[in-house]
Design a protein around this ligand. Sequence first.
Ligand SMILES: [Zn+2]
Length: 383
Amino acid sequence: MPELTFTTSVVGSFPRPRWLIEAFEKFNRGEIGREDFEELLDDAVKLTVKEEELAGLDVITDGEQRRTSFVAFVGQKIPGFKLIYVTDINPRALEIMKQYKAQLTYWRAVAVGEIRDSIIALDEFRFTRSVTDRRIKVTLPSPYLIMWETWDAKYSRDVYKDPEALAEAYSRVLRQEIIRLRDAGVDFIQLDEPMLGDLTEAKEDEPDRYRKVIEAIHGQKYRGFRNELYLARDLINETIKGIDGVRIGMHMDRWPNPDSPFYGVGFERLAPVVYDIKVKQYVLEYASPGSGDPAVFARDLPSDKELGLGVIDVRNPQVEDPKVVVQRVERVIGVLDPKRIWLNPDCGFAPGMYRKFERRIAFAKVRAMVEAARMLRSKYGEK
Ligand SMILES: [Zn+2]
């Protein structure tokens, strides 16, 4: 298939229908059986796929409809993780999150046993493949994210002496799953790395607000800005080393914080180390206020890499005018060849099941993005 210019995609999640959230709750309370629940999950994926097709996206996802959150679902899929409610880990957890203005998912996947090779998303992909002909993106939590999210000093230390040991074990499991997904014909595998994205607001000797919360709740320890960057780079490179035949990307977001001295600074804060991560595409938040100028990051992007540019604000319900989206893309035109520019929203519309975002607004936003891609192709695309 010839490569499109300004290929459109989504980051991952799409808001879940209300009946699906109710079904999750009923299933957890034992009010509906597994078979009925799975039928509802299948229905929700069919609905989302259809919406993404109708919106006109080139590369689609299943909207992460089967996952309670983009990270905690590993607790449903991989033995060794256990879902624990955040206040059972630390009774002061909610106060701590409020204090630092940093929200973590309440149901935490915590490493409590040995992490073993498991299907993480292959089953999801097979179903999605059976209901669409479009190209498919599959999202997976990255090892550096899993390390920060799931190692707890009280629950994990007996099995993994430190967070790094857990991250290495997960990295090996993830690698096997990436190879299986590649062999099954996935078009795009995206590693989700918001913890690396949050590092844009950390100083050498002072962590960002998310790490402060995790230090307080899970008893982890910040290694300093440079060492965190190197660790993330090495873990991701080890995971994907030598795997070809599939497009691999990495997604970072950051919820820019107006109180931070790095408000208005972009992901160039993580350069040049971030360019050494051996992914093909960086899928980045750049539409929300305070996220900086993507041209600064794009300017030094190695020539074999692509930018998945965030052009839709997923935290503001106002639907973008396609002309505004075109202007957001034009910031990197002249810096990157249009074939290297993909369009996507800043982040998933509902990374956690309970994130409130109206489905019809999400749909309208994605449609505006597709319309912008059409305008850009007629203006800048090759004939
Ligand atoms: Zn995100």
